[in-house]
Design a protein around this ligand. Sequence first.
Ligand code: CAA
Length: 382
Amino acid sequence: MNFNLSEEQLMIQQAARDFAQTELLPGVIERDNQQKFPHEQVKKMGEMGFLGMMVDPKYGGAGMDSVSYVLAIEEIAKVDASAAVVMSVNNSLVCAGLEKFCNEEQKMKYLKPLASGEVIGAFALSEPEAGSDATSQQTTAVDHGDHYILNGTKNWITNGGTATYYIVIAQTDPEKKHKGINAFIVEKGWEGFAIGPKEDKLGIRGSDTHSLLFTDVKIPKENRIGEDGFGFNFAMAVLNGGRIGIASQALGIASGAYELALKYAQVRKAFKTEIINHQAIAFKLADMATSIMAARMLCYKAAVEKDEGKDISEIGAMAKLYSSQVAMDTSIEAVQIHGGYGYVKEYHVERMMRDAKITQIYEGTSEIQKIVISRSIVKNSK
Ligand code: CAA
């Protein structure tokens, strides 16, 4: 594995870093306080090619590699983890799945506007009674010949209110269990499709999370993704890539919190010296820097293997499991290093600590990542 970033990758990293400082940092505390979605900033991210980073330019994407994607998400998440999840969901859960598994007509109609950032998308798998146990889908799509009729509720949907197009997973044949699940592209505004109120969350408050309610929604058959019964495998394949996005978001939260803690420790004095000169603080920073580097290596390795076309289920799960723990640990320590200042909003680290928690929950909890990793270990040991 080559550890040197190419010139192009370094340029993308710098562009994301500059964008985060100039466009995201100024309003990040206000957006968190008021649960305000970063509409303007997301529009600009689209113009910069950040919403369809890995998609072929013929479908409106930027045609970049997955390491560039990790670099960009890390930089965005260092400053604004909410903007990073909007980006991650649109890139990994929506665009990547559409590019890999949709037919040409679906790609021209839906992928192009999504990858270019003209509109954004959402991915609807979780339900009130089916989160980790994703095969237990209660939402149904009944086959009526040239269309399906969709009924049910989806929960915790990132971009739920702002999306224009939704990938919705539903059970079409309960007898067949997960082989009877399908994925559909559903448009906002279709009759019977209602969006629930915005969730009032602990963290990533700048992103919008909603329930989706479907009552007899008519989906044309041409909006089904792939062959009949492919929906669960589609969702799993998409989530494998999505986990690299969330791992990178977690990495960004961790490195953002670490950088602020380091700067603070270099100027804050206690007992007649800068606090970095106290071993209790210096050792915390040493641990933070080490674990962040390890998380970064896992994210890069997962991204490289994705571009090599390898099975990334295990390495993607490892990257997410580890990076999300590092985000949590590092942001807690960053608050601790800041002392009382860390507990107030102006210093950013308390927000990072709140934002970190969700990275251990969405796109598969840490416990689910351990299921994925351990099953893979067993399979490969035979
Ligand atoms: N990659 C590819 N395929 C996979 C897979 C993976 N990581 N995990 C399972 N599969 C496949 C299996 O091979 C099997 O397919 P076949 O029958 O064709 O061989 C099928 O999926 C069913 O697998 P299992 O028998 O292992 O199913 P299970 O019920 O025992 O467990 C699970 C599956 C891994 C626990 C799965 O339910 C899971 O990943 N759950 C977590 C769901 C999740 O991540 N939700 C996040 C919601 S999205 C979100 O958060 C978005 C957001 O807004 C930010």
